[in-house]
Design a protein around this ligand. Sequence first.
Ligand code: PMP
Length: 412
Amino acid sequence: MTATLSPGAMTATLSPGAMTASPSPVYLDHNAATPLRPEVLVDMHDTMRHAWANPSSVHGPGQAARRVLADARARVAGFLGALPAELVFTSGATEANHLAVRGTWAQARLHGRTRVLMSAVEHPGLLALAAQLRDEGAVVDLMPVDTHGRLNLAAARARMGEDVALVSVMGANNETGVLMPVPEVAQLAHACGAALHVDATQLVGKAPLSFADSGADLMSVSAHKIGGPKGTGALLVRKGRTLLPLLAGRQERHRRGGTENLPAIAGFAAACARAASTLQDDLARMLRLRVRLEQGLRQALPGTVLLGEGAPRLPNTVCVSFGGLDAEPVLARLERVGVVASSGAACSAGATQPSHVLLAMGLDARAARSGVRFSIGRDTSAEDIDAAIEASARAIGPLLAERVAAAADTTT
Ligand code: PMP
């Protein structure tokens, strides 16, 4: 699509520059959301202006919108190593996860496959669906992970059986960045005739990814983790596989009803094109920065424990416990000195809840409240990392010193 709106013209009203400008504070929460890229915004705006018609309409404007949709589908599918016909646009990875799991289970249970297996460290939205499915008669077994956060394959194997409809594992964990052994799980699932769903939300743009070669039958992805807009994503469905839709309707080959969110989808495609063009360089650079951050934090703050260290991990994610200090005050102090990070431990009613991921890795409740996640993005610089290390030392050093002094007091 040709852009009819120049990025320069947009700054007056939309300020894309402001969203991607060298961040102050240092933004290290890219696993939660990435800044919208300026070229993405241009394509979205252009689509809103010129492809506003309904892609299902048979008239000229509708057909123009349909071409934009087909073009976006081809670009997103191409980036993910899938066929265009395998791609179902959704409102994001949460919906894609629900469509994959519920849609497969609802169909397979008619043939006696009533059980669903998922890892204990899946995204909270998927674990919430597990609870719903249990209420509806499904048996959902959670598969444990080891102390590094990687799926315990022996335990997974022991849970497989002819009554399993679907096995669901994430490609990479959003809190720790730990990668899951997808090819091995695919073998186990397929050996008992079950489908494999992979929540690849955190893999996209952070690892080479090909749906065709992955062994997965279903794969969820989201646009806002790679510089695209929120509220759009996709489920990849292996050719020939059917599933019951969550939203019945004619769009997306009857797999997801509802008029397509074309501006967001165009933005998703632009983000994929952008990510594809620099992927190898980005991966290498993010890994160098991750190592720099890990080493720097350890040197500056003795007592720093790297969580998931023994497992292969994403090149952008550093999850640490600062001597077991509760994550919430640590994050508040970090933000005051200009570093934005996050924690997997949700905060409710003023108290930090232990992270289900860290609990599953065998940490006790206190330690499971201490995980602080720094996630690097494609625009993060070495200067950002050095600033984050220096600011962390200033913000957290005194907290650690207080803890050491308090421990000394209780022992004397
Ligand atoms: N799965 C994983 C692993 C995620 O990290 C996220 C986003 N935090 C989601 C699913 C949900 O994605 P979305 O925001 O597109 O619904």
